[in-house]
Write a protein that binds this ligand. Structure first.
Ligand SMILES: NC(=O)c1ccc[n+]([C@@H]2O[C@H](COP(=O)([O-])OP(=O)(O)OC[C@H]3O[C@@H](n4cnc5c(N)ncnc54)[C@H](OP(=O)(O)O)[C@@H]3O)[C@@H](O)[C@H]2O)c1
Length: 266
């Protein structure tokens, strides 16, 4: 299938590792010039360097997307370095502390909303004028199954991902007329450094291996994953590359779940 992505320019926030890295690699394999981003400059440059060795055209921009200037900078740098921005993947995100409602402070709520929602608002605000001018754009927000199927734990994270889903819908309605398509991809339980950190804690606490910890977590916290295993980053990247492509030209305002069947609703 010809995706029509060759020569396009993308920004993927939070892409030194995990899902963001797989998305950046997937886009680069299709000939997209990619700006990768994360806070840790050394790790980011190492990732960019590995990608270049595999033939990718990559520019690394270290910044913290929870900061207004840091969210804007990868977009500005894409335009400065490659002359355009066609694709924005708002991937940087996280869960904050694993807490219950009565346990979480206002600062923790604000921190998680800043990371998962405002970072996307600010990067999108920076990218929109360029996309409007060229009458072509793709914005992909990386949400979570928790945005539509929230658990009792981590209500701040769950609510922030619901807000991101809502933002996607609003943006799709506002900017469809400009040729800008906005969609959400919602993973669940993907083996990334984020999840591996949680598995390592379980493995240590229970004196079991990482693979055993994965099975324990599936049984106790993610019993609805029909496929009975964690997903891989590259299994999340494929749909993002497709949504960025010319082949997705009639798709906007949608939420694509990559969750092994976890979300129960249709
Ligand atoms: N893994 C899952 O099971 C899962 C499930 C549902 C949804 N998601 C969502 O998928 C996205 C990626 O998750 P992941 O599991 O791949 O996470 P990860 O393994 O922790 O990787 C996160 C990436 O984002 C960067 N990052 C974190 N905070 C940042 C910030 N403030 N500014 C810039 N970069 C930042 C990290 O590098 P630095 O630390 O150096 O900045 C890293 O490159 C998140 O939005 C997450 O909510 C993941």
């Amino acid at each position: 299938m010809e995706l029509g992505l060759k020569g396009k320019v993308a920004v993927v926030t939070g892409s030194s590792k995990g899902i963001g890295r797989s998305i950046a690699e997937g886009l680069a394999r299709e000939g997209v010039q990619v700006v990768v981003n994360s806070r840790n400059a050394k790790e980011l440059e190492a990732a960019a360097s590995e990608m270049r060795s595999a033939g990718a055209t990559v520019h690394a921009v270290a910044s913290d997307v929870t900061d207004a200037e840091g969210a804007k900078r990868p977009v500005d740098e894409a335009v400065r370095r490659f002359g355009a921005i066609h694709i924005l993947v708002n991937n940087a995100g996280g869960a904050g502390r694993f807490g219950s409602f009565d346990d979480l402070t206002d600062d923790e709520w604000l921190g998680v909303f800043n990371l998962n929602v405002l970072s996307a608002v600010r990067a999108t605000r920076a990218a929109l004028p360029h996309m409007q001018k060229q009458k072509w754009g793709r914005i992909i927000n990386i949400s979570s199954e928790s945005g539509v199927q929230p658990d009792a734990m981590m209500p701040h994270y769950n609510a922030s991902k619901s807000a991101l889903n809502s933002l996607t819908k609003s943006l799709s309605k506002a900017y469809g007329k400009d040729g800008i398509l906005v969609n959400t991809v919602s993973p669940a339980f993907i083996r990334t450094p984020l999840l591996d950190g949680m598995l390592a804690q379980q493995a240590k606490a229970r004196g079991i291996s990482m693979d055993e910890a994965e099975q324990v977590m599936l049984r106790e916290f993610r019993p609805n994953i029909l496929l009975g295993r964690a997903g891989r980053s590259d299994e999340t990247a494929g749909i993002c590359v497709f949504l960025a492509s010319e082949q997705a030209s009639f798709i906007t305002g949608s939420n694509y779940r990559v969750d092994g069947g976890s979300v129960a609703s249709l």
